[in-house]
Design a binder for this molecule. Structure first.
Ligand SMILES: Nc1ncnc2c1ncn2[C@@H]1O[C@H](COP(=O)(O)OP(=O)(O)OP(=O)(O)O)[C@@H](O)[C@H]1O
Ligand SMILES: [Mg+2]
Length: 258
């Protein structure tokens, strides 16, 4: 049994004349947090839509636990244990925390009766598991009353309930305050501690740096670097690397052309 959850090989995606992805290799292993970074238009969202099965690549290979898959789509992605949390469309805000965690996969008893008490208990347990501690909010609280970071927590709790091995978070902290961001980090840490892998997309390099074990830097549809936190040493090193990609110094440009 391989601990490689998913692997993309030479994935290309074009929209007419536009190459959103020009041959990307990417993998995520069990229990790691991978930070996906890159400038606007680098191809990050396209890449995760492909992982989620929402967009079909023009060419390339997808392997799930070492095995090539065919006709990859959203249902296969979910069946493979991948859950993608898109920030705005993630939750039903008029519904309770419990409803949002179970939607579509309710716990039923004999005869198909919904076991409401059991669901509330399970929702509380999951929220505790990800480190959601609140004296104000409980399983019946309406998600619309929660802060942005707490909502991300509900989405992560749901992914854990769905037994997702890989949770993909697209810019989960972009619209959030520092306190809220810290909450999301905490939830991510707890999910990792529970053995889940996370692919974390973000604009704020310092945020992504803090939370990730490894980084994939996309640049105009290609992987410019795959590097571990230990190899980088600091968030500033990652920032410098990305600035260099955006505005190559004359020396590097020459070297690049050679
Ligand atoms: N549906 C589409 N039709 C045409 N072009 C598209 C489509 N989706 C993405 N693109 C193009 O593909 C490239 C990559 O876009 P993508 O959204 O993946 O970038 P991104 O890294 O997520 O950027 P951002 O940081 O701004 O979210 C861009 O040039 C974009 O204009
Ligand atoms: Mg995007």
């Amino acid at each position: 049994m391989t601990d490689r959850i998913i692997e993309l090989r030479d994935i290309r995606k074009s929209y007419g004349q536009v190459y959103a992805l020009g041959g990307v290799d990417l993998h995520v292993d069990q229990g790691e947090v991978v930070g996906l970074v890159g400038d606007n238009g680098a191809g990050k969202s396209t890449l995760i839509k492909i992982l989620a099965g929402a967009v079909r690549p023009t060419s390339g290979e997808i392997l799930v636990r070492g095995r090539p898959v065919h006709g990859w789509d959203a249902a296969q992605s979910r069946a493979a244990g991948i859950e993608t949390v898109f920030q705005d469309r993630a939750l039903a805000v008029q519904q309770s925390i419990t409803w949002n965690i179970f939607m579509g996969r309710e716990i039923t008893g004999p005869f198909g009766f919904l076991r409401a008490g059991k669901q509330r208990e399970e929702a509380s347990r999951l929220m505790r598991e990800i480190g959601f501690t609140s004296k104000v909010f409980g399983p019946d609280s309406i998600v619309g009353q929660l802060s942005g970071g707490e909502r991300q927590g509900v989405a992560i709790a749901r992914a854990i309930y769905n037994r997702s091995d890989l949770i993909i978070l697209d810019e989960p902290t972009t619209a959030l305050s520092l306190t809220e961001t810290a909450k999301v980090f905490h939830f991510v840490e707890q999910a990792r501690a529970a053995g889940r892998s996370i692919l974390f997309i973000g604009h704020n390099i310092h945020h992504v740096y803090d939370i990730s074990d490894r980084f994939v830097v996309l640049d105009r549809g290609r992987v410019a670097s795959q590097i571990t936190k230990a190899e980088l040493g600091s968030a500033d090193a990652l920032v410098r690397f990305m600035e260099e990609l955006a505005h190559p110094s004359p020396k590097t440009e020459k070297a690049g052309k050679a």
